[in-house]
Design a protein around this ligand. Structure first.
Ligand SMILES: [Zn+2]
Length: 223
């Protein structure tokens, strides 16, 4: 089992960021703490939304530490103010980072039709593949909003791995990965507690029920 962390923007949130999104912007010192923990713990790092801090702040720190992360980029935002450019994405890829899809328009897929979801994902994969000239296999679900229908669409169009916003440790070969979101209010003790958490039987049973309710197929999480 592994823990997968989810980060968003790093540094002070720029003015364009809506109030409800501000708690997801963490300080550079919190990022430094997460990276230092990654040196000793079995923890995987992901970054959502394609903020330009991915390239400006996160990439140099990961390269310096000899570590990697997965970057989920909503492709319609590429090159718009405050977000990564095509050049940034290529640099992330060439530095050994995984480039992955976060859809094109950062839609709520629960409100989208099957064809709209498939189109949103495939369009983003085409754009990203065109930039890095390498396959793009993983998707992170915008806002974490999903149900069995959304997951069935992602399965059907052949997505290799789906990153959710359900919390907790995940099996290393799972198709659907759980992630723990790091937010601005968390101190180092709380972050360390998340990273070092061992699956406990009661929590595992509750998570199983929650996943079953949302997806109707808890086996997705195991393989
Ligand atoms: Zn997002």
């Amino acid at each position: 089992m592994s823990i997968c962390l989810m980060l968003h923007g790093i540094g002070p949130a720029p003015e364009r960021v809506e109030p409800d999104e501000r708690p997801y912007w963490i300080s550079e010192s919190t990022l430094a703490f997460v990276i230092s923990e990654m040196r000793t713990q079995n923890v995987r790092l992901t970054l959502d939304d394609g903020n330009d801090s991915d390239a400006r702040i996160v990439l140099p720190k990961l390269v310096e530490a000899g570590l990697t992360a997965v970057f989920f980029i909503p492709s319609d935002r590429i090159g718009t103010p405050g977000y990564v450019t095509e050049h940034d994405i290529l640099e992330l890829h060439q530095s050994g980072m995984e480039i992955a899809s976060h859809g094109s328009a950062h839609l709520n897929w629960l409100k989208a039709g099957d064809a709209e979801i498939a189109n949103d994902v495939m369009r983003s994969i085409e754009r990203l593949t065109g930039i890095i000239k390498a396959p793009v296999r993983s998707v992170a679900i915008p806002y974490g909003y999903c149900d069995r229908r959304v997951l069935a669409v992602l399965r059907q169009i052949g997505i290799g791995r789906v990153y959710s916003s359900f919390r907790g440790p995940y099996a290393d070969n799972a198709w659907l990965v759980r992630r723990d979101c790091i937010t601005a209010d968390m101190g180092s003790q709380e972050i360390r507690a998340i990273i070092t958490r061992k699956p406990d039987a009661a929590e595992a049973a509750l998570t199983f029920l929650r996943i079953w309710r949302h997806t109707g197929n808890a086996a997705l999480w195991a393989a």
